[in-house]
Design a protein around this ligand. Structure first.
Ligand code: GRF
Length: 187
């Protein structure tokens, strides 16, 4: 089973998946990183793991469809079966969705359906909720709306700042994402 990780940022989730998959324990081989941002931290991380990176700049394409067609052709060429989104900061469009229907998984730092979209941790913190968490779900055409695979809750402490909350959410993410991938690929 061949997988690709899509990321736009620092890549701590990319790192966590790769660390957990050193001996293919997750049941797949990660064959590529797809990144939409030149200079993103995750690119260096991929290089350290010897993973080839496909950097695609959406601005270089006339439409989202053209951008995603380029990605799909790279994925087909590499015979990719699964896509794991790990901080990919774009909405997946119909082109990519149809090509990989039911095979795209995302991680989101809230207990969906609460706080979809951007800055979920900040949204939760400012809303003063007592509980938030992490969701891993399949992608559909909505924003953070697809079928939920697993969730883990965490209590927001009175002493929390947005930073400490983010730190604890990421600890959960780094543990939960590899676990869920393993579960989905081996069921
Ligand atoms: C994670 O919090 C993920 O849930 C969200 O974006 C963040 C990516 O962080 N979608 P990193 O690049 O994996 O460090």
């Amino acid at each position: 089973i061949k997988a690709v990780i899509f990321a736009s940022g620092a890549g701590s989730n990319f790192q966590a998946i790769m660390d957990a998959n050193q001996e293919k324990e997750l049941g797949c081989e990660v064959v590529m990183l797809v990144c939409d941002k030149q200079g993103a931290g995750v690119i260096e991380k991929a290089a350290k793991f010897g993973i080839s990176t496909c950097i695609v700049d959406p601005k270089a394409f006339p439409t989202k469809e053209a951008y995603e067609k380029k990605i799909v052709s790279a994925l087909h060429e590499a015979k990719v079966d699964w896509i794991f989104l790990a901080g990919y900061m774009r909405i997946v469009g119909p082109t990519l969705l149809q090509a990989y229907e039911g095979a795209i998984i995302n991680i989101h730092p809230s207990l969906l359906p609460d706080f979809p979209g951007l800055d979920a941790i900040g949204q939760a913190f400012r809303s003063r909720v007592h509980t938030t968490g992490v969701t891993i779900h399949f992608i559909d055409e909505g924003v953070d709306t697809g079928p939920i695979i697993d969730q883990e809750a965490l209590e927001v402490l009175p002493s929390d700042t947005e930073e400490t909350l983010k730190h604890r959410i990421q600890e959960i993410e780094h543990r939960l994402y590899p676990k869920v991938i393993k579960h989905v690929l081996n069921r």
